[in-house]
Design a protein around this ligand. Sequence first.
Ligand code: ZN
Length: 323
Amino acid sequence: MADVAFAVDLGGTNIRGGIVDQTGEISHHRSVRTAVRGGVYAIIDQIVTLADEVFEEFGSRDIAGIGVVAPGPLEPKAGIVRFAPNLPGWENVPLTRLLEERLQMPVVLGNDGNCAALGESMFGAGKNVDNLIYLALGTGLGAGIIHQGHLIEGIAGLGGEVGHISIDSNGSRCTCGGIGCMEAYIGGWAIARHGEMAVHSERSTLIREIAGEERISAEIVAKAAKQGDPAAIDIFARAGRALAVGIGGLVNVFNPELIVVGGGLARAGDLIMEPFRSGLAHYTMVPIHRHVAIVPSALETHTGVYGAAANVFYQRPDQLTSI
Ligand SMILES: [Zn+2]
């Protein structure tokens, strides 16, 4: 039985790929700029070329499967990318079928949050931990839940959309169309928007000053907060509390051992993590809270590749499907 996977992280900027073994060793890693303007088939060609190069270098095609992490709303079990905001022309693309036809190997598709949760539980901060919640604090709020050793996937593989749990029936509108989603407070886009609102209402001058001619981003709001701007500090405090409310609910339900936190915005550090930690104690039951630790991601730079490989080892397409 093959004990390696070929993992592909399809992003709007780069396509990364490599061989990953079951201990989490990455080899034959390579990266190409995504041919965004070429449309679906140009990108499929890129993945196929990358795979052929890697297999030739690796000297074998005996692998457990090809794992692909792709952006956008996607249906992992159907193997379809519904829509990818950073990849023009990607609508209802049957990515799994297209790659299987070209490469004659089983392909498993996964969303970034769920795959990263599997990656952390196999190779990262949650190694040998059967109960964890993974959070990626980025432009959105990505997440995945591993419960009793199993990924929470649901009927179509769409489960684990933690960021779109509503925590306020009268709250802000989210990009998903929902009201009061956690992401509408903690997502990078939401922090940037709250930063703009603070500038417009003249609660902050520092945010505008730091931004200059640039568009206000979450990073700029973080800089202002680190320099002591009260409005910016408050934006992060509210974001951290919002996260605590939603995750507190999940902690009560799943009784996890670990919450693993990754993503670019996690670098805001205590600005978010302190209100999150202290809030979590309020929004979870005491005996359950006692069991849970909050730790940083251990995978960061190669999260997508690790996640795609972990998804292959978890789903074992070589033992299930026939091509
Ligand atoms: Zn939402």
